[in-house]
Design a protein around this ligand. Structure first.
Ligand code: NAD
Length: 485
């Protein structure tokens, strides 16, 4: 798909045209596995966002808005099929752009195709209600799209988060303007070209590349959008929500987590431990729903730590294309952030009990951080409270169920959690008591589950994406009251 011997110039997608290809200037795109520049993006700002919003409005009021729900669904289903037709190329591009191992990139493209299949097949099954109000009157609560929706996408799962966000929005009948992350956004650009091939009218889906402070801020504050969906850091989410508040538009915020994985002494450890490790190593820990804390009942603490040590030590980190257990971190800036957070924890008394290895021959300029198991951090420390967004698992002991729940809830976040126990009563008590948008019992789906409503409690954000619920978020209700006697 890309000629690796030269730097590929990408453009925005506005009104069905690829424009402003960044031959010179613009934003360099680095391969995290090598640190080398391999592509360039244009640096859009207010003017490009204006053009994209105008194109989206015209499509919404024109050909896209005129399509029936069934026709919209068929376009999205065709897009899903085209993604699968281009599967291996897209997976390679995702792996190159983000550094993720090929098996993860393939899983991401599979999920992206599934989002468009799911929302395509849901498009004509989503309808409003009638309300028994008064004799001689019929009241309808119509489910209608917002109009033009804005989508600010992060770099950790560019294709999947693009799929879940615009999939639901387009199925509901909105026209979209996307600002993908400057660090990784090539698969959304390629997939949006496939969307045109699938029959999506020009302007129904627009992508403006650029920096967060420029293109992102311009989109969040734009008077021409009717809803904005944001996934990323709490700080940026706050800025986006403030900008949206100026225009009184609804917002969906997905802001990450500090998700606990709780191991009780009666857990099936053979089943649990591979999942516990994967939940933090997947995508080099750069997953909003990463299981970044493991809470272990004291009676099995030493045994579990010994087994986790063995498993972490056996992991290998290296280039995405080599398809090892863990790829690089997305950028030098994020690598530095992870390193600093861990150093602060170690200075505070935490200890590294196990570390994965870097594969022989891993390029020295790649952004590698082999997975790490940390013990002895205080539950109040930053590493226990805040997203590290790297492959760092912090372990904490607990005595009993009450303490497990207290520790699980003792962070500002509430996105996902897992509980490993054979005790049915405890499973349900924990599910109810843990303040989290998702609770997994005897399994864990870090970021997975197209069919599962996903979103946060507390500072993990609000609103839901994924599942049917994700499509509902992209609609509003119009009440029609008809007096007919
Ligand atoms: P970020 O929140 O700054 O960036 C996410 C998206 O927001 C990108 O598309 C970016 O261009 C855009 N953006 C940035 N500033 C903006 C602004 N002022 N207005 C509108 N859009 C803006 O995240 P980051 O700096 O790339 O990463 C920092 C930390 O955020 C990470 O270490 C991690 O903890 C967290 N993060 C979380 C997720 C998640 O999935 N929840 C994803 C990425 C990053």
């Amino acid at each position: 798909m890309l000629d690796k011997t030269s730097i590929t110039a990408f453009g925005h997608l506005i009104n069905g045209e690829i424009v402003d290809r960044a031959d010179k200037g613009g934003i360099d795109v680095l391969d995290p596995s090598t640190g080398a520049v391999f592509a360039r993006l244009p640096r859009g700002g207010q003017a490009e966002v204006d053009r994209a919003v105008e194109a989206a409005r015209a499509a919404y009021e024109g050909p896209w808005g005129a399509m029936t729900a069934t026709e919209r669904g068929r376009v999205l289903m065709r897009l899903s099929a085209l993604i699968l037709d281009n599967f291996e190329d897209l997976a390679k591009l995702e792996s190159l752009d983000t550094g993720k191992p090929m098996k993860q990139a393939r899983a991401d493209i599979t999920a992206t195709a599934r989002y468009f299949e799911y929302y395509g097949s849901a498009a004509d099954k989503h309808h409003g209600e009638t309300i028994p109000y008064s004799k001689g009157m019929t009241v309808m609560a119509l489910r209608v799209p917002h109009g033009v929706t804005g989508h600010i996408i992060p770099w950790n799962y560019p294709s999947q988060i693009f799929g879940r966000s615009v999939g639901g929005a387009l199925a509901a009948g909105n026209a979209c303007v996307v600002k993908p992350a400057e660090d990784a956004c090539l698969t959304p650009l390629k997939i949006s070209e496939l969307a045109l091939e699938a029959g999506l009218p020009a302007g129904a889906l627009n992508i403006v590349c650029g920096l967060g402070m420029e293109a992102g801020a311009a989109l969040a504050a734009h008077v021409g959008i009717n809803h904005i969906s944001f996934t990323g850091s709490p700080q940026t989410g706050t800025a986006v929500a403030k900008a949206a508040a100026e225009n009184q538009i609804p917002v969906t915020l997905e802001l990450g987590g500090k998700s606990p994985q709780i191991l009780f002494e009666d857990a099936d450890l053979d089943e649990a431990l591979p999942v516990v490790v994967n939940a933090i190593v997947q995508n080099a820990g750069q997953t909003c729903a990463a299981g970044s804390r493991v809470l272990i009942q004291r009676s099995i603490y030493d045994k579990v730590m010994a087994e986790l040590t063995r498993r972490f030590s056996a992991l290998k980190t290296g280039p995405g294309a080599d398809d090892l257990d863990c790829g690089p971190i997305i950028s030098a800036k994020q690598l530095q952030r992870v390193t600093m957070l861990v150093e602060a924890a170690l200075a505070d008394g935490a200890k590294v009990v196990a570390r994965a290895t870097l594969a022989d021959g891993a390029p020295k300029d790649g952004f590698y951080y082999p997975p790490m198991l940390v013990d002895g951090a205080s539950p109040q420390s930053t590493i226990a409270q805040d997203e590290v967004f790297g492959p760092v698992l912090a372990a904490f002991p607990f005595e009993d169920e009450a303490e497990a729940i207290r520790l699980a809830n003792a962070t500002p976040y509430g996105l996902t959690a897992s509980v490993w126990t054979r005790d049915g009563g405890r499973q349900m008590r924990c599910a109810h008591a843990i303040e989290s948008g998702q609770v997994f019992i005897n399994n864990y789906g870090a970021g997975g589950g197209i069919e599962l409503p996903f979103g946060g409690m507390k500072r993990s954000g609000y609103g839901r994406e994924k599942a049917f619920e994700g499509m509902v978020s992209f609609t509003t209700i119009k009440t029609v009251v008809m007096k007919h006697g």
